[in-house]
Design a protein around this ligand. Structure first.
Ligand code: NAD
Length: 335
């Protein structure tokens, strides 16, 4: 078979490193572009190339049309979520779309735990204090996770790994999903309507995909039902929460701790070094002004194991699609 040309968008040095290594077994021709994919940059795609895109590449109907004109037959997403792709437009233009349905779900689940522990035990503050010879404990008071009630929304690959971690810490785990997971039920996870979870949980962690049903799931209508001082963790997609409503809940003390690895307007900010720039987004600046808010820049997936699997599964998907084989990772196929 001819070597396949693959054009990567939104490439970071680590993408280049892991994909180049993995490609030794595949022999594709890889072109790494740092720019995001959008209606302007679609022109950079070589005719007939496979396009490899990431979470903040905007693949709307206009971009799909431009890619179809370039005879792109495959869009390979090197991520699990696909809310940034107009799937229907791809279908109409006969472009196949695949993704990496599951890669080291533990990476994301463990990052959610890292956020919980940081917000709770304030290790980020302790680190700086001790380095400045301030050995006082005032302001660092935390709480035991053991015995607390954790609400998990979405118990797919990542939510399941997260439930296991929290059960291991001695938490009571209440979950909501459109399909209950029997394995989780057998080890003590209980499924409930969302409202019951909102009322009972000390910590709520979001692990469902972004869709029309889940957009702004956490909003001003449901926040009054939450426990006073609840901890809210979002490692899934930014638009699961209405950020302005959550800011109001932080101001009133309804939300006592907020950990977000994803942000509704993240495509203008994340994966870039803006340390010398003026940030025009007042919402993220307001969020970062709260002492009980922890923002990380979509790094939950970012482990060596996950990057290795992402590269392997993406290149396997492309190879199998080109060879007209049934995909090994069946859930990878979107169109
Ligand atoms: P998954 O498909 O394995 O699981 C998603 C679960 O959500 C499924 O069990 C599904 O039934 C459930 N679900 C669907 N609609 C729902 C709804 N309306 N309410 C409640 N549950 C619903 O996906 P996953 O691999 O566990 O990933 C979950 C999400 O995590 C992805 O969609 C992605 O947005 C996000 N993610 C983030 C990162 C990161 O680095 N921060 C990395 C990977 C994935």
């Amino acid at each position: 078979m001819q070597p396949t040309n693959i054009t990567f968008f939104s490439t970071q040095p680590y993408d280049k490193q892991f994909f180049t290594k993995c490609n030794e077994q595949f022999g594709n021709q890889l072109t790494f572009l740092e720019t995001r994919l959008n209606a302007t940059t679609a022109s950079l795609v070589e005719e007939g190339s496979v396009v490899c895109a990431f979470v903040n590449d905007k693949i709307d109907a206009t971009v799909v049309k431009l890619l179809a004109a370039k005879k792109v037959g495959i869009i390979a997403l090197r991520c699990a979520g696909f809310n940034n792709v107009d799937i229907e437009a791809c279908r109409q233009h006969n472009i196949k779309v695949c993704r990496v349905p599951a890669y080291s779900p533990e990476a994301v689940a463990e990052h959610a735990l890292a956020m919980i522990l940081t917000l709770n035990r304030k290790t980020h503050k302790a680190y700086n204090r001790v380095r400045e010879q301030n050995f006082s404990l005032n302001g660092l008071l935390g709480f035991n996770l053991h015995g607390k009630t954790v609400g998990v929304i979405g118990t797919g690959n990542i939510g399941k790994a997260f439930c296991n971690i929290m059960l291991g810490l001695g938490c009571k785990v209440m979950a909501f999903d459109i399909i209950a997971n029997k394995d989780l039920e057998s080890i003590g996870v209980t499924y409930h309507p969302l409202l019951d979870i909102y009322k009972a949980a000390d910590i709520i962690s979001l692990h469902c995909p972004l869709s029309d049903q889940t957009r702004h799931l956490i909003n001003a209508e449901v926040l009054p039902f939450f426990k006073q001082g609840v901890m809210l963790i979002n490692t899934s997609r930014g638009a699961l929460i209405d950020t302005n409503d959550v800011i109001d809940a932080l101001k009133s003390g309804k939300i006592g701790y907020l950990g977000i690895d994803v942000y509704e307007q993240e495509e203008k900010l994340f994966f870039r070094d803006l340390s010398e720039k003026i940030i025009a987004d007042d919402t993220i600046q307001r969020l970062m002004s709260f002492p009980n808010v922890l923002v990380t820049a979509h790094q939950a997936f970012f482990t060596q194991e996950a990057l290795t699997q992402i590269a392997e599964i993406t290149l396997t998907n492309i190879f199998e699609l080109n060879a007209k084989k049934i995909l090994t990772h069946k859930a990878a196929m979107l169109v």
